[in-house]
Design a protein around this ligand. Structure first.
Ligand code: ADP
Length: 501
């Protein structure tokens, strides 16, 4: 009973049986009540008819209705009245004031002696029953009703009339119903099970198809394929399009992961190859002491480069995990910006650039000083790196009501409009400058880390750039006390930084 189809069929069958049982019981109860009511009406009518007969007889025959032919037998209804009373087909008893039977109908006479006595004693113990009452005899139940005969009793000493009807008739109809149901129900249930199984099968066929398609796609190599979406806009069509959207995201994530792994391996391979050559050169028996020193120094440079790369990868990996050990504290941005400007001036001097800070406004933010410094230094070093000699780099800090904007503007090579959407992606570097960037140690991870730091502080990092005209990177951070984050909040890595999305 594993499949949903079997479970549905079983549930449907159980529900059907329960419904049928409930229906049958209701029908039986209603039927029984109706038949019983009919019997009650009939017994009341028979009582009326008997009373009327006695009344007619008392008027027809002026003589006594009750005679005593034999002192041993006692009083009984006159033989002239008996044929009239015999017209009533049911159990009829006429009693005198002392409870003796003056007349017993044929039905009563046909009872066994013991049953007759039992009926007499029950009737005696129950002097009157104006409404129908059940009287139980071994041969079956009787529905009995009695009536007193006012005014007649004096003439004929008939004090009370009892009429009874067997209730078997009331029970007979329901039992027929039960038998019919017992025969028909198994057929009905069997037929319904077959139907339910068939319908459930049909209903699940599209799901089976979806499962087959998903199985074919999720082998890892077929993520480019999509599920066929049914024509009707039903739940299954929605399921298919939801799954398609999920597969599309998976495809993007897998692609990004593959690119990331390939890029990371490539970035690590280059310094490793150089290092290997350097070490081999240093170990060569023919190399002089100076050559050895040069080779080892180059190997050390490559080692430092690799350590930087691993450090950046580690930062992003931790960011991807969703948490990072950022130490939040109140940070004054103006002194931090001035410190960054100083460093930029030192670097810019070598590169032949003018570094300017026309406006540095006071603003406090709540954040990690080290990470914020890393963010601004990354942007400033990029600006210096991608601005040719004689250019200009401008750093400003402008505070507005609730936020502060730190802008790093350069007059450098700029970024092509087509490249702008990709610059925050990991390992992305504009191809034209790829070789140059590599020389200067860029891996294409700096902006991804910058964006993560900005977003982890509840801020944003945006860029405006024109090829050949320069770029402007703007970091917007919430001013301390206006951010939704509190001192104890974890820094959640925002969407868009993670590789897998
Ligand atoms: P990298 O370490 O290579 O500089 P980044 O992530 O910091 O990596 O930058 C990614 C790429 O974005 C760079 O390779 C460069 O092509 C481009 N870029 C970044 N900053 C600037 C800038 N100020 N001017 C022009 N291009 C830039």
């Amino acid at each position: 009973m594993g499949s949903i189809r079997s479970r549905l069929t079983a549930a449907y069958t159980a529900a059907l049986i329960a419904t049928m049982l409930f229906f049958a019981l209701t029908l039986l109860t209603v039927r029984r009540v109706t038949v019983f009511r009919e019997l009650e009406t009939r017994v009341a009518e028979e009582v009326d008819r008997t009373v009327r007969l006695i009344d007619i007889a008392s008027k027809l025959f002026t003589q006594q209705l009750v005679v005593t032919p034999d002192s041993l037998v006692g009083a009984e209804v006159s033989p002239r009245v008996v044929p009239l009373l015999e017209l009533i087909p049911d159990f009829v008893l006429l009693k005198d004031t002392r409870g003796y039977s003056l007349y017993r109908s044929e039905q009563v006479r046909l009872l066994s002696d013991s049953e007759r006595e039992m009926l007499d004693s029950i009737v005696l113990a129950m002097p009157s029953s104006p409404t129908p009452t059940i009287v139980s005899l071994p041969s079956g139940d009787l529905l009995m009703q009695s009536r007193r005969l006012p005014g007649i009793g004096t003439r004929g000493q008939i004090d009370r009339v009892w009429v009874g009807i067997r209730t078997d008739a009331a029970q007979l109809a329901p039992s027929e119903l039960v038998n019919t149901m017992l025969i028909v129900a198994p057929f009905l249930v069997a037929l319904s099970v077959v139907f339910a199984y068939f319908i459930a099968g049909r209903a699940f066929r599209p799901i089976d198809r979806i499962i087959d398609q998903v199985e074919a796609i999720t082998d890892g190599r077929s993520l480019h394929r999509r599920l066929a979406i049914g024509a009707a806009g039903d739940e299954l069509a929605r399921l298919s399009s939801t799954l398609n959207a999920m597969i599309e995201r998976l495809e993007t994530s897998f692609g990004a992961l593959r690119r990331f792994t390939a890029d990371a391996s490539h970035e690590l391979k280059t310094p490793l190859t150089v290092m290997r050559a350097d070490v081999e050169r240093a170990m060569s028996p023919t190399s002089t002491g100076t050559e050895q020193a040069v080779a080892l120094e180059e190997a050390l440079q490559q080692l430092t480069r690799m350590a930087d790369l691993v450090d950046s990868l580690l930062t992003l990996a931790r960011a991807d995990e969703g948490r990072f050990d950022l130490h939040r504290e109140p940070v004054e941005l103006a002194p931090l910006a001035r410190e960054v400007v100083e460093t930029a001036r030192l670097l810019g001097e070598d590169a032949g650039l003018i570094i300017d800070a026309p406006m540095i406004e006071e603003a406090d933010v709540s954040g990690d000083l080290t990470r914020l410094r890393q963010l601004f230094l990354n942007l400033v070093t990029n600006a210096i790196k991608y601005t040719p000699r004689g250019g200009r780099v401008e750093i400003t800090v402008v505070r507005s009501d609730k936020q502060v904007s730190v802008t790093v503007k350069d007059t450098g090579i700029g970024i092509a409009a087509a490249d702008l959407p990709y610059i925050f992606e990991r390992f992305w570097r504009a191809d034209r400058v790829r070789s140059r960037a590599s020389e200067r140690g860029g891996f294409g991870l700096g902006l991804a880390i910058c964006q993560w730091i900005a977003q982890a502080h509840g801020g944003t990092l945006s860029v405006q750039s024109r090829l050949g005209r320069g770029s402007t990177f703007t970091v917007t951070l919430p001013v301390a006390g206006t951010s939704d984050l509190t001192e104890t909040d974890e820094f959640i890595v925002p969407q868009g930084v993670a590789v897998l999305d």
